[in-house]
Design a protein around this ligand. Structure first.
Ligand SMILES: NC(=O)c1ccc[n+]([C@@H]2O[C@H](COP(=O)([O-])OP(=O)(O)OC[C@H]3O[C@@H](n4cnc5c(N)ncnc54)[C@H](OP(=O)(O)O)[C@@H]3O)[C@@H](O)[C@H]2O)c1
Length: 259
């Protein structure tokens, strides 16, 4: 091969590499997940990372998030960020850091479910815990969605997905769990308003039930769903969900929750 032909071949290779890099960058989607250090949140991190997303994996205590940090070290697109749902200023500060960057998927996953007052029954209510649950489970996801709304609007097909439960608005009769059930029922209701705004702004808004999944080290019961199946199912539901469906609620298996 003479020198001109060699130069031409090198130029072509260079062009191909830079074009594919630009394409890969342009095509990369971003997901932000709350409560990403364990349980359902961490499984979302792993699966979205496998799908090639840039993952903003947030948690309230990054220094203690050993598994997540180890995962992020070996997966280039995973960024660990501090985000505590009860810290309104902290939420705004993180949103400022990512200002002008589109976010394609926001997963409002983090929540309090158990805690020291396991009973949560009428007659023995602990109102400090009640406030803590509502600040975390209800006010938190609402504030995160508001703070990152411009990022979702900037996406071509953004979606806010908020994790809910069959114990919430549509009242599976589970005794106790008063703070938990009512904070999730409030999420179901509040995100109907968010969905209306989403229809105007081109942001998809869904509430989703993961099914019963063993997290926090509890043994998997017979009617529980493997965590991988639940999260893979929810990701499929998000991908199929349309703007026209805004405000509707689904389960991980794609079935719709009717009220
Ligand atoms: N598992 C189920 O069967 C089931 C069923 C229906 C709905 N859900 C919903 O699915 C979501 C995840 O459930 P899970 O089973 O994975 O729960 P989990 O194992 O108890 O994990 C909860 C996550 O939320 C985080 N979190 C709690 N308070 C926070 C705060 N103030 N700021 C930021 N993060 C906070 C926790 O962080 P720390 O590690 O710092 O505590 C943890 O990462 C929840 O919304 C839950 O209601 C779960």
């Amino acid at each position: 091969m003479n020198r001109i032909a060699l130069l031409f071949a090198l130029l072509c290779i260079n062009l191909c590499i830079s074009t594919s890099l630009v394409y890969a960058e342009a095509a990369q989607q971003t997901v932000l997940i709350t409560g990403a250090n364990r349980g359902i949140g961490f499984e979302f991190v792993k699966q979205y990372s496998d799908l090639g997303y840039r993952v903003i994996a947030t948690c309230r205590n990054p220094a203690m998030a050993d598994e997540l940090n180890t995962f992020a070290e070996s997966h280039r697109g995973v960024i660990v960020e501090h985000l505590d749902l009860v810290d309104l200023e902290g939420i705004d500060a993180l949103a400022d850091k990512y200002a002008d960057q589109p976010i394609d998927v926001l997963v409002n996953n983090a929540a309090l479910m158990r805690g020291p007052d396991k009973g949560q029954t009428f007659g023995t209510m602990d109102y400090e815990w009640f406030d803590q649950w509502f600040h975390t489970n209800t006010r938190g996801p609402l504030k995160v969605s508001e703070a990152f709304w411009p990022n979702l609007v900037a996406s071509e097909n953004g979606i806010v997905a908020s994790l809910t439960t069959g114990q919430g608005r549509y009242g599976i009769p589970v005794l106790g769990f008063a703070y938990y059930k009512s904070s999730k029922a409030a999420i179901d209701n509040l995100f109907l308003d968010v969905a209306r705004k989403g229809k105007k702004d081109g942001v998809r808004v869904i509430t989703i039930s993961p099914g019963r999944v063993a997290t926090s080290g509890e043994p998997a019961g017979p009617r529980m769903i493997p965590i991988q199946d639940s999260i893979a199912g929810m990701i499929r539901v998000f991908a199929r969900f349309t703007l026209e469906q805004n405000g509707r609620s689904f389960r991980h298996d794609g079935s719709e929750v009717t009220f």
